[in-house]
Design a protein around this ligand. Structure first.
Ligand SMILES: Cc1cc2nc3c(=O)[nH]c(=O)nc-3n(C[C@H](O)[C@H](O)[C@H](O)COP(=O)(O)OP(=O)(O)OC[C@H]3O[C@@H](n4cnc5c(N)ncnc54)[C@H](O)[C@@H]3O)c2cc1C
Length: 561
């Protein structure tokens, strides 16, 4: 018998269960199919503060607290131009939605998320495996699946299938093609320890990242009966594949650890390893389409990005949320399907590319043991197709200055921290105030406008959508999208939520529509006056305050030409 649903979610990891819970909260009929029995092990323990608003909305913050997950208050890095550790403190960054995230034991965390889906009314089949995707006239229309221990092939149909199946990417592999990032093919070796000394004074609760000759280590504080007090991983390159194969991962890991006194000190003399050293490929990739007719991909099924910035689970949950907004919108208003797909696909890909640039900036900006094969190879990494690291760095500074996004001002402290530590010096920015002056100095005022002045839209004037959180739907809007000239450090989650966009009022749009890059100021006034039915004098006095606002907020700039 075929069963009918609004949405089928494949996978009960953070992506699948988040999407399923939100859809159930909106009253939709949801089926979630998960291959394994929970609790089950998963790697990826360090979450970002951007998950907190979702955990609150899902109603599970109290469960996070009672699970005893340590608060992640920041990150400490030994990375960059000198050997001194430096920290990013979340509480100091007003750009973030919370002052901490969580370090979680994934088996416990993923079960909390999935149990919540069940409480909210999601029908969960577990353990059950999706075997195939049903495609009719090019549209994904459902799945076939088998329950564990039963050979019956079931069929379930839905308006949408959400692929949250992680690396298995059941829909992703069938409907799209993956492109791997040649510059981001790394290998990770990891294990767990109990009875450790712990993080140094001032760095408690931080994820600790330390570079070493052949790569970098993470140290994540944990509070787990099963996995102990710390997750320790070593990210290294393909360059050492042969050596790793000859020595075995255990020996390769411990040799690297011996060369990394900071991690050894956190472990201390009494630390006991729990479980073996495991190895996993961490190759960054993105699928050609992240949504299409009848399907959405979320989390590792859609894209994977190197673990340096601890983005994996956070992005999986935010993609689960955003995809649920898109599916809810289409179920309410089927004419919006194309717009919703474009919104999701476009923002997800922008997020991937911005985060990738930030990672390349990081990898190429480390000067520790410049003679080591690992770091030598990464110093040569290029940002984009034609810019080297230093060019990209000044691109960052210049585009933040030119970028009118309201968060730019609030990001100054964070930007300064990164910039100051990387091996990309810019002399005039040793102090945070100097950095702020440099970043914010490029505003313009409306007063010096000569009749010949050429006004340009700063960004792309676009029609897109924004998320209306109260109704959990997309709202079509027009405004300025910051796409090509993007600040590298804009938060990954804000791209995925489609927030790097400023909605404009009709009044502002009436002027922006006139700025075609060719009309000078006097022509703009004349054209705008004609449209508004105003005399030249009245048009000039009416348009000036509108343009002043656009210029002072940097939505418009005056051409240097
Ligand atoms: C070395 C390394 C370190 C990392 N460190 C971090 C970190 O510190 N912080 C962080 O946030 N992220 C980290 N990550 C990333 C993180 O592991 C993933 O991004 C995250 O688990 C993705 O969640 P997901 O829901 O997309 O997929 P998953 O968590 O993989 O869940 C997918 C689910 O789908 C199920 N499934 C698969 N196939 C089927 C099928 N056919 N039918 C039914 N069910 C199916 C699976 O059983 C699984 O439960 C790291 C990754 C690596 C490689």
């Amino acid at each position: 018998m075929t069963e009918e649903y609004d949405v089928i979610c494949i996978g009960g990891g953070p992506a699948g269960s988040t999407a399923a819970s939100y859809m159930a909260m909106k009253g939709h009929k949801v089926l979630l199919i998960e291959r394994e029995n929970f609790p089950r092990y998963r790697l990826g323990e360090s979450l970002l503060p951007s998950t907190n608003p979702l955990l609150e909305e899902l109603g599970i913050i109290d469960k996070m607290e009672s699970a005893g997950f340590p608060h992640k208050t920041g990150g400490s890095f030994t990375w960059g131009k000198d050997d001194e550790p430096w920290s990013v403190i979340f509480a100091e960054n007003p750009f973030l939605p919370a002052s901490f995230g969580y370090h979680v034991e994934r088996s416990v965390f993923d079960k909390i998320l999935l149990d919540r889906s069940i409480e909210l009314g999601v029908e969960v089949r577990q353990p059950a495996s999706v075997k195939d995707v049903i495609v009719e006239d090019g549209r994904v229309a459902g799945v076939t699946f088998k329950e564990k221990g039963d050979d019956t092939l079931h069929q379930a149909r839905a308006r949408f299938v959400l692929d949250g199946s992680g690396p298995a990417a059941v829909v992703g592999k069938k409907m799209t093609t993956r492109s791997y990032d040649e510059k981001m093919k790394q290998t990770s070796l990891f294990t767990y320890f109990k009875d450790v000394v712990g993080e140094p004074e001032g760095q408690q609760g931080h994820v600790i990242v330390t570079t070493t000759n052949k790569g970098w280590f993470w140290y994540i504080p944990m509070n787990s009966d099963e996995l102990g007090d710390a997750s320790v991983g070593f990210v290294t390159g393909q360059e050492f594949r042969q050596e790793m194969a000859e020595k075995g991962v255990e020996k390769f890991f411990y040799e690297a650890l011996e060369e990394t006194p900071r991690v050894k000190a956190m472990l201390g003399e009494d630390a006991t390893q729990i479980g073996k050293v495991r190895g996993v490929k961490d190759w960054s990739f993105v699928c050609s389409e992240l949504a299409g007719s009848g399907f959405f991909l979320a989390g590792d099924a859609a894209a994977f990005i190197d673990p340096l910035l601890s983005t994996g689970v956070t992005l999986a949950m935010i993609a689960g949320y955003t995809s649920s907004v898109c599916m809810n919108t289409i179920l309410q208003n089927p004419e919006m399907e194309d717009q919703a797909i474009q919104f999701y696909d476009g923002n997800y890909k922008r997020m991937y590319s911005v985060t990738r640039d930030a990672l390349l900036y990081f990898y190429s900006g480390n000067d520790i043991d410049a003679k080591g094969v690992f770091w030598q190879a990464r110093k040569l990494m290029k940002f984009g197709d034609n810019a080297c690291a230093k060019q990209s760095f000044s691109h960052l500074v210049n585009t933040v200055a030119a970028n009118p996004h309201p968060s730019a001002k609030r990001q100054i402290h964070m930007l300064h921290q990164f910039v100051e530590k990387m091996e990309h010096p810019i002399e005039e920015m040793s102090e945070e105030q100097e950095f702020e002056d440099l970043v914010m100095s490029k505003g313009a005022s409306a007063s010096p406008l000569s009749p010949e002045a050429l006004l340009l839209v700063n960004g792309n004037l676009s029609s897109t959508c924004v998320i209306e959180s109260e109704t959990h739907t997309l709202k079509p809007v027009r405004g300025i999208m910051f796409d090509e000239d993007r600040p590298v450090f804009s938060s990954t989650s804000s791209w995925l939520l489609g927030k790097n966009f400023s909605e404009m009022s009709e009044e502002l749009l009436s002027v922006l529509d006139m700025l075609d890059g060719e009309k000078c100021w006097s022509d703009v006034v004349a054209a705008w006056g004609k449209l508004q039915g105003l005399s030249k004098e009245r048009a000039e006095s009416a348009i000036r305050p509108i343009v002043h606002k656009l210029l002072s907020e940097r939505f418009v700039r005056i051409s240097d030409a």
